[in-house]
Ligand binder design. Structure first.
Ligand code: TRP
Length: 514
């Protein structure tokens, strides 16, 4: 099936690209740490249940919506809904905002990879991870240049199109990533003391009894953490799967594909955890650092703790360091290109709709330049190191942590904190209550059986939106403090009730539910 938009060359190509989109920084620095802190194996079970009941349905919904309409999110919502047309804009806004910091972090990976490569060549004197991170963050010019380099790589891939660029890169990148991950796992597990890190990740309650954290999080926190992580990690509610879905052939099985994506993403997240956490913990123990003080998540895990681990390995450390940062870089690229594709597909489809001939390379270039402009702000800010954090600019002290202490957190709050849970909730309400799950199921049935129908409908109408209320309140309390959690529940329930009322009074519903 070839048309002007292009399409995936093969189903496996699509799968690798979708898994590539899902596997990213979230898997490496989010999942293992949250799993350890929130109850180890217990967290994994909660995560899998949420993935099966909420993530899988939304994934199938997005892929079906894209394939049915053959356009990106904005066109897709316009085509199927009367009342929720505008959600498509949310689904293009989020990738744009996410890219503001994703490309900066991608740039950091290039910097650390180059550093280790240079250590390998010149045996430079070792500099501690903390000092390196500090000098990188306080060097705005360097950060902007490397952010640009990351965007240039993405540009070169995206301009090649779906099968000629994105699919090709993933076909090589994803297997490479997997092999490198296995190499790092073997090295990590061979370090003395690494068993403590494994216990942190897998043994329920070990985070507290082993001294990693002071007290266990409540069950509602665990649910919200697992849910938020799952959404981010599966690249949901950002138009990415709608966009990738719009390039899938009608004969492919969406149920099976969605299941494979969810399972692979989870397996790679667990593998990433086994690659990094035991090494970080083993190193900390060797150095006599109390386990509670080792950074096991977020940017400091990647750019402070792990660089120290590589430093401590002697000359082979530079080799493992190079492999590791290249692995993270590939994970960031395969996610970044899917975010860029959401925005580019929108402009491509719009041009086609207006009967204009669109040039993909030109559109992708303009999208990347726009991203560079906002990313430069995040890069210069250097996680709040250089005095231009959002509140500093207003002449105010930065005293609220979590969402306004630096531009990265601010952008994260807008996209992952608000737009993502709201967008996902409204999408499930739209499918469940306005246009009838049946209209999506008809699409899903092209290529798959009907065994999942009842499950899909109940999830779309009730379980997924209520799950999103939980996730929304979790995100709101993450960003705005614990007291805001109740506000999160109230906002979530109000949006659900209003959303359902708007949906059931839609003129489309009458036709759909006849
Ligand atoms: N899933 C990616 C990760 O785990 C990040 C991400 C979130 C993403 N939303 C996305 C990637 C949408 C592509 C599209 O790091």
């Amino acid at each position: 099936m070839e048309n002007e938009r292009g399409s995936w060359g093969s189903n496996i190509g699509f799968l690798l690209a979708a898994i590539g989109s899902a596997v990213g920084l979230g898997n490496i620095w989010g999942f293992p740490y949250k799993m350890g802190k929130s109850g180890g194996f217990t967290f994994l079970i909660v995560y899998l249940l949420l993935a099966a009941f909420v993530g899988l349905t939304i994934m199938m919904g997005e892929l079906a919506l894209g394939r049915k309409t053959g356009t990106g999110p904005i066109g897709a919502y316009h085509a199927v809904s009367k009342r929720f047309k505008w959600i498509g804009w949310l689904a293009v806004f989020s990738p744009f905002i996410i890219m503001s910091f994703y490309s900066v972090l991608g740039g950091y990976c290039i910097e650390y990879m180059s550093l280790n490569l240079s250590n390998l060549a010149f045996r430079n004197p070792t500099i501690s991870g903390g000092d390196l991170f500090h000098s990188m963050l306080t060097n705005p010019l360097g950060s902007v240049v490397y952010t640009m380099l990351f965007l240039i790589i993405c540009y070169l891939i995206n301009r090649g199109g779906i099968s000629g660029g994105i699919e090709k890169f993933n076909n090589v990148g994803m297997p490479t990533l997997f092999v490198m991950l296995v190499i790092i796992i073997i090295k990590s597990l061979s370090m003395p003391g690494s068993i403590e890190g494994l216990k942190f990740m897998f043994v329920p309650g070990y985070a507290v009894s082993g001294g990693f954290i002071e007290s266990a999080p409540s069950i509602s926190t665990v649910l919200a953490t697992a849910g938020g992580q799952m959404f981010f990690s599966l690249s949901l509610a950002m138009g990415a799967m709608i966009t990738y879905g719009s390039y899938i052939d009608k004969k492919e099985n969406l149920v099976r594909n969605s299941t494979i994506i969810v399972i692979s993403d989870t397996i790679i997240a667990i593998m990433a955890g086994i690659a990094v956490i035991p090494a970080a913990v083993a190193y900390g123990i060797q150095q006599g650092i109390p386990v509670g003080e080792i950074a096991l998540g977020g940017p400091s895990l990647l750019f402070v703790t792990l660089q120290n681990v590589f430093n401590s390995m002697g000359s082979v450390g530079a080799l493992f360091g190079t492999i590791f940062y290249l692995l993270v870089l590939i994970a960031a690229i395969t996610s970044g290109i899917s975010l860029i594709e959401v925005i580019s597909t929108f402009f491509l489809d719009r041009a086609a709709q207006k009967g204009r001939k669109a040039s993909r390379p030109r559109i992708v270039l303009l999208v990347c330049l726009a991203i560079l402009a906002e990313a430069a702000l995040v890069a210069v800010d250097g996680l709040g190191s250089n005095g231009i954090a959002p509140f500093n600019l207003l002449g105010m002290e930065t005293n609220v942590t979590g969402w306004n202490d630096c531009w990265l957190d601010f952008m994260d709050m807008l996209s992952e904190g608000l737009a993502m849970p709201l967008g996902a909730m409204l999408m499930s309400i739209m499918i469940g209550w306005e246009i009838h799950p049946k209209s999506m199921l008809d699409e899903i049935h092209s290529g798959a059986g009907s065994g999942m129908d009842g499950f899909f409908s109940v999830c779309m109408k009730i379980i997924a939106p209520l799950g999103m209320v939980l996730i929304l309140s979790g995100q709101i309390s993450d960003f705005f403090g614990k007291d805001a959690r109740i506000a999160g529940y109230i906002i979530g329930i109000v949006v659900y009730v209003i959303g359902v009322s708007v949906a059931v009074t839609s003129p489309m519903r009458k036709a759909a539910y006849k």
